[in-house]
Write a protein that binds this ligand. Structure first.
Ligand code: ADP
Length: 443
């Protein structure tokens, strides 16, 4: 009964109340003025209509009730989310902004909801972060994480003013039930703390690696002098032990160098010097430095010169040398006796990129491991069994270097048959990111 009165008080019940009042008043009049059976018939039909009207209004009220509950639940959920949510229509008129978005952007919902945001807002200090999140291309540091123009689009945006802020912004479209575009929604994840932690971890590794570097080069120098007989003759056995130790120290020193490179990359301090250069010449000269190593591994090195003109590209020659060294070194190390390494350079059809591929006839990468290639410290089980020297950092470093050049790196492989590692560098300079961004933030 209480429920009945609760429904009766709802605004959907107004027509029922009006009609009830009408029936009560009119029924008295009908019974006074009309013949009895007329009055009974009128009253009967009116009451039947009243019941129908009540049921109909009740359905409407219940629907609204359910809708209100759902809307309030959604609003409560959106407001409680730790991710910032900003919704706006096609004209960039803000329709909603939750509390997390208020905290991240430093604006209040009532100041921006209902307002049309334009790129000019960036010039107002108070709205700068907010406007740059709406228009990420205007932000000081942006890294696109999605390569196609389709939605959702994900970008990483970093600010140093008014405070250090790193956010990941995902933009999705909002459609109505007829698939008509209503507007957009931005989901903002504040990664500042996460990035701070990663940076302090990187700094720790940088300091530790720096501390190891100097004594290591001293040990390397000392052992080299020993086994080469520079400080007096050794027996054959002593010399063998010293030489093995020297190679181990060399491996350790190269791991320390790799760790240093990774920390610098992750801190965004690898330091790139971009200049125009001839990638064909560079690849050929790096390849030549591996002649001896290839002979030792009994592997044939083959260079396939491009059959088209390859334009000059913009790149950091020392960093691209590192990529080529890593890929050629791997192709030799993970090859088989009498295997081959083929290096090819070609223009990519219909794309503004030059592709450099290094193909080998080696052990290959297990299919399940393909997703792990290019991640830190990955080494396949077979590699570990082979005990080939390596740190599992070379491909990770290479990937970051190529990405910094606006390019991409990938591999195809068949276990036991060989692999092809390829990377592409843009021929169009505008595809190169303007600044170096820490690897934790960007890739
Ligand atoms: P490292 O060679 O120092 O181990 P990398 O990052 O260069 O580190 O390579 C990571 C792992 O990927 C290697 O240990 C190996 O298991 C696998 N790998 C890389 N290149 C090849 C290749 N050409 N053929 C087979 N496996 C490869």
């Amino acid at each position: 009964m209480n429920q009945f009165f609760a429904y009766f008080r709802l605004k959907e019940m107004t027509p029922v109340k009006v009609f009830l009042a009408f029936v009560v008043i009119e029924a008295v009049a009908w019974f006074v003025r009309l013949p009895l059976w007329f009055a009974i018939a009128f009253t009967f039909f009116s009451v039947a209509f009243l019941v129908w009207l009540f049921m109909y209004s009740l359905t409407l009220a219940k629907t609204r009730f359910a809708f209100d509950i759902e809307r309030n639940q959604n609003a409560a959920m959106i407001h409680a989310l730790s991710e910032g949510i900003i919704a706006y229509d096609q004209n960039f008129k803000i329709t909603s902004l939750n509390s997390a978005a208020e905290a991240i952007c430093g604006v209040r919902a009532q100041e921006v909801v209902g307002q049309v945001v334009t790129p000019e807002w960036v010039s107002q200090e108070y709205y700068r972060v907010f406007a740059q999140i709406i228009f990420p291309s205007l932000a000081p540091t942006v890294v696109k994480k999605t390569t196609t123009a389709s939605y959702p689009q994900i970008v990483e945006v970093s600010f140093s003013e008014p405070r250090e802020l790193h956010v990941e912004v995902t933009t999705t479209q909002i459609f109505d039930e007829n698939k008509k575009l209503l507007g957009f929604m931005k989901i903002i994840r504040d990664r500042s703390r996460e990035i701070q932690l990663l940076q302090s971890k990187s700094e720790f590794i940088t300091i530790a690696a720096h501390q190891l570097r100097t004594p290591l080069s001293g040990i390397k120098w000392g052992i080299e002098a020993l086994y080469k007989g520079d400080v007096g003759p050794l027996t054959e056995e002593q010399s063998k032990v010293a030489e093995q130790t020297y190679h181990m120290v060399e491996r350790l020193a190269s791991t320390v160098e790799n760790l240093l490179d990774v920390s610098k990359l992750e801190e965004g301090k690898f330091g790139y010097r971009m200049a125009k250069g001839d990638i064909v010449e560079l690849a050929q000269s790096v390849m030549e430095t591996y002649t001896q190593s290839a002979q030792q591994h009994e592997v044939k090195l083959l260079f396939f010169p491009p059959d088209q003109h390859i334009p000059q590209l913009t790149f950091d020659a020392s960093k691209i040398t590192l990529v080529l060294q890593n890929l050629i070194d791997n192709a030799i190390k993970y090859n088989v006796q009498n295997g081959e390494v083929r290096v090819r350079i070609e223009l990519m059809p219909d794309k503004p990129y030059v592709k450099i591929s290094i193909e080998d006839t080696g052990i290959g990468v297990p299919q399940d491991d393909m997703k792990l290639l290019f991640t830190k410290f990955y080494r396949s089980e077979e590699t570990l069994k082979k005990e080939a020297a390596g740190s599992g950092l070379g491909l990770y470093i290479s990937k970051n270097i190529v990405k910094r050049h606006g390019g991409d790196i990938w591999a195809t492989s068949t276990q036991g048959r060989g692999s092809v590692f390829s990377f592409a560098l843009p021929t169009d300079e505008s595809l190169i990111p303007p600044t170096e961004v820490g690897a934790n933030q960007g890739f």
